[in-house]
Design a protein around this ligand. Structure first.
Ligand code: PMP
Ligand code: GLN
Length: 383
């Protein structure tokens, strides 16, 4: 007799990033879908990894992460924003931002609790909420510019709301939150026993002179928030899967209870290398916005003659484009067609929604060498 599997995540399939990257590979397409650079991290950072591999940094680090790395992160907060963050009680190193998101959700969400996400929402949030027994409440970002609809938020906040998840700079829409947005959020959740989970993995990729606004900078939100960061985005090393969570001491205690029985800790030599690099090369993350702005502008310029219509990209390494002048296909079918028939892989937006709107918009990743972007643009301009 076969024993049936009672799925805890019956609606979950394989992530759209894996689906599209595999399709790109199977069809030899240029991959502008899954978000990762097609160039290498800084050689000095790689040299630090090699150094620590060869010098005994190969056993378990502390559960909370290598102290030198936590201190380097605290030093960065002090240097960049004059903020005091305690490396002992407020910073935990994780296996990527993904693990930090999961730990934060499990730390505070109980069965029956409600968690608010703004659609389109990064795809790992909802499964983590479901596994913790919570219910995800989807609030659509207002079209056409993907702003938070504060009235809609007010309409869903209630005594069961345990967490609001925000993400700025935002994947997939490439929008950013202003400091006024954080003030507004703080004000609206004030009456509730509700926390904020702030996904800030693209903190160092903000364009056109804008600056990143973190919940850590907002005194009221800081008291109730988990802020999640990723070294993968900042140092062109998405495969290292190292991130961190900043949260007040009481929340960090609960966060670490999940983290220690999830992965316990994360890879040692990379943590040491990152500790060196964060301290020794601040220009590296300070120059990241300018680096990606040049790429964004290069891609947009090359795409000028195309029939795609580009939406603003204020941050992240993503660019949304409306393809309605080219095709009437729904976005998933369009993404399949353009990957399989034309040789450029992209990401459709509908997988990021509970109720996808009737739009014809796809996401390009421009974290690529100029040559890759130029080849892709040549194909896309012929559509
Ligand atoms: N949040 C967002 C918005 C992301 O785009 C990503 C990654 N691509 C993550 C979290 C996960 O980051 P990591 O790879 O460090 O787990
Ligand atoms: N965050 C990356 C993106 O948006 C993908 C991460 C993943 O593949 N899980 O493309």
């Amino acid at each position: 007799m076969t024993v049936p599997v009672h799925s805890k995540l019956p609606d979950v399939g394989t992530t759209i990033f894996t689906v599209m990257s595999k399709m790109a590979q199977d069809h030899g397409a240029i991959n502008l879908s899954q978000g990762f650079p097609d160039f290498e991290p800084d050689q000095r950072l790689l040299d630090r990894v090699i150094h620590h591999l060869a010098h005994g940094k190969n056993q378990y680090p502390p559960m909370t992460g290598v102290p030198e790395l936590r201190q380097a992160i605290a030093g960065k907060f002090r240097l960049e924003g004059g903020l005091e963050v305690d490396p002992e009680s407020e910073i935990t190193i994780t296996s990527g931002a993904t693990e930090a998101l999961l730990c934060a959700i499990h730390a505070v969400v109980r069965p029956g609790d409600e968690v608010i996400v703004f659609d389109p929402a990064y795809d790992s949030y909802e499964p983590a909420v479901t596994l913790s027994g919570g219910r995800t409440i989807h609030v659509p970002l207002a079209l056409p510019d993907y702003r938070i609809d504060w009235d809609a938020l007010a309409g869903v906040l209630n005594d069961r709301t345990r967490l609001v998840i925000i993400n700025s700079p935002h994947n997939p829409t490439a929008t950013t939150l202003a400091s006024g947005d954080l003030d507004r959020l703080a004000e609206q959740i004030r009456p509730f026993d509700c926390r904020v989970l702030s996904d800030e993995v693209y903190e160092h990729i903000v364009f056109d002179g804008g600056r990143h606004h973190s919940v850590v900078d907002n005194p009221e939100l800081r008291e109730r928030s988990f802020a999640v960061f990723s070294f993968g985005k900042t140092y062109h090393a998405t495969g290292w899967k190292i991130g961190y969570c900043v949260a007040p001491a009481d929340l960090t205690v609960e966060f670490r209870k999940v983290h220690q029985y999830n992965v316990f800790t994360t890879v040692t030599p990379m943590q040491w290398a990152l500790a060196d690099f964060v301290r020794e090369a601040p220009e590296n993350y300070r120059e990241l916005s300018a680096f990606y702005q040049v790429k964004r502008d290069y891609f947009r310029e090359r795409m000028e003659p195309s029939r795609f219509s580009f939406l603003p990209s204020a941050g992240t390494y993503f660019q949304l484009a409306d393809y309605s002048a080219i095709s009437d296909l729904p976005d998933m079918e369009f993404a399949e067609w353009i990957t399989q028939e034309k040789g450029v892989a992209v990401i459709p937006l509908s997988p990021f929604y509970r109720d996808p709107p009737d739009t014809r918009i796809i996401r390009f990743c421009f974290a690529k060498q100029d040559e890759t972007l130029a080849r892709a643009a040549e194909i896309l301009c012929a559509l």
